[in-house]
Design a protein around this ligand. Structure first.
Ligand code: S3P
Length: 439
């Protein structure tokens, strides 16, 4: 465990670039591995979660290499030609790798075992086991439907029409990926829109996909057994990583920071809206398209933040950004109320409980309910932690570690984090970029 204390810093200024989008990076590796021929990926996130996907795809038969200029090359063998893995697929901390790969393998007639770290081994997999079983796969999971689990892919998979019971891009993607190697048309109905990188990128790789609307619900259909064509993928910067720097620049007086090349897909950009609603100055410069995704440079200036009631309809478009939003709320003026966030309880940690405990230890005024937090902010004053000297517990959750590091920038005595190592799952350069922006 690598503990570290984060304290008040100089203003954040200049220009920084955050690493590639995690969701898009996983998908780029998986889809390239299914396409015939050589694909190249520029801007791939080289974090542990994505490297777990790369290792798994190699075990399944893809040839994946990184060249010295940072471009990744993938030789795929074509849809349906994945190989049975000889060893367990180690998914580390990564829920996205696990659930998407379970989908992909559900329609390949062989067996695979999935294992992961303590955090991932506590996360619910029944949400994918259920639809994938309907398609013909079978599973032997640990009690409560968790990892380690064994998957027996279907020899003759059947297409389904599946309405998502939870707003989850991972479940949607798992079913669509199973549909890729299934004859006929597999359909997912989404009552609430979630991130749409799978649909966008599959279309880019030449899959036949129809996206419509029925009674306000998104309906996505994929035609099985059509070949994917190799591509050059450019991965935009991750808005979920940029989020920590957005909040840092908003709360540290004197800051004026440009974060370049941030993905602003509407299904991901909810935090920008929420922070603007709180009075945050965030300007979008040079809007453009990168790899089929909207992107801009964000200029963020220190702002007097006011508490707000966050509309639960925003939740899916900022689901990973709540830990750092709670930090902004802790130093805003007045109350911030969040509701409708039960999904946060099944992320890398129970993010409502973990953030409530961490922020309280750091001196914030936090009330936890079943489905959200209410936070009374300091009105711009520094947080004053309890003098116990105890470290906040990050529970193997990268976003808790980074959110509480940002809280440290607005804390009189600093915030000590028990373990910063999980940061490497999604943002290995986080601490050095923070030093760069505030030096
Ligand atoms: C992701 C979807 C979200 C998100 C996760 C990445 C994806 O999870 O929290 O970090 O890449 O599809 P859910 O599908 O569980 O909401």
């Amino acid at each position: 465990m690598a503990s570290h204390t984060f304290t008040t810093s100089n203003p954040l200024r200049g220009r920084i670039r955050v690493p590639g989008d995690k969701s898009i990076s996983h998908r780029a590796l998986m889809f390239s591995s299914l396409a015939v021929g050589e694909s190249t990926i520029e801007g791939l996130l080289e974090g542990e979660d994505v490297l777990a996907t790369a290792a798994a795809m190699r075990q399944l038969g893809a040839q994946i290499e990184r060249s010295n200029d940072g471009v990744w090359t993938v030789h795929g063998a074509g849809l349906g030609s994945l190989l049975e893995p000889h060893q367990a697929l180690d998914m580390g901390n990564s829920g996205t790798s696990t659930r998407l790969l379970m989908g992909l393998l559900a329609s390949h007639g062989f067996t695979a075992t999935f294992v992961g770290d303590a955090s991932l081994s506590g996360r619910p997999m029944n949400r994918v086991i259920e639809p994938l079983s309907q398609m013909g796969a079978s599973f032997e999971a640990s009690s409560g439907g968790t990892l380690p689990l064994m998957l027996r892919g279907a020899f003759a998979p059947v297409p389904i029409r599946y309405r998502l019971p939870v707003a989850s891009a991972q479940v949607k993607s798992a079913v669509l990926l199973a549909g890729l190697n299934t004859p006929g048309i597999t359909t997912v109905i989404e009552p609430v829109a979630t991130r749409d990188h799978t649909e966008r990128m599959l279309a880019g790789f030449g899959a036949t996909l129809e996206i419509g609307e029925d009674n306000g619900e998104r309906v996505i259909s994929i035609h099985g057994e059509s070949d994917l064509k190799s591509q050059h993928v450019v991965v935009p910067g991750d808005p979920s990583s940029a989020a920590f720097f957005m909040v840092a620049a908003l709360i540290v007086p004197g800051s004026d920071l440009v974060i370049e090349n941030v993905g602003l897909n509407a299904t991901r950009a909810g935090l920008v809206e929420a922070l603007r609603q709180m009075g945050g100055s965030i300007e979008e410069l040079n809007p453009r398209e990168v790899g089929g995704e909207p992107v801009a440079d964000l200029r963020v200036k220190h702002s007097v933040l006011k508490g707000a009631e966050i509309d639960p309809a925003f939740a899916p478009s900022m689901i990973d950004e709540f830990p750092v939003l709670f930090v902004a709320a802790a130093v805003a003026e007045g109350a911030t109320v969040t509701t409708g966030l039960e999904e946060l309880r099944v992320k890398e940690s129970d993010r409502l409980a973990t953030m409530a405990a961490a922020l309280t230890l750091a001196g914030a005024d936090v009330e936890e309910s079943d489905d959200g937090l209410t936070i009374n902010g300091t009105g711009g004053d520094l947080l004053k932690g309890t003098p116990s000297g105890a470290s906040v517990e990050t529970k193997l959750d990268h976003r808790i570690a980074m959110a509480m590091a940002i809280a440290g920038l607005a804390s009189q005595d600093g915030v000590s984090i028990d373990d910063t190592s999980p940061i490497a799952t999604s943002f290995p350069t986080f601490t050095s970029l923070l030093d760069q922006a505030s030096s």
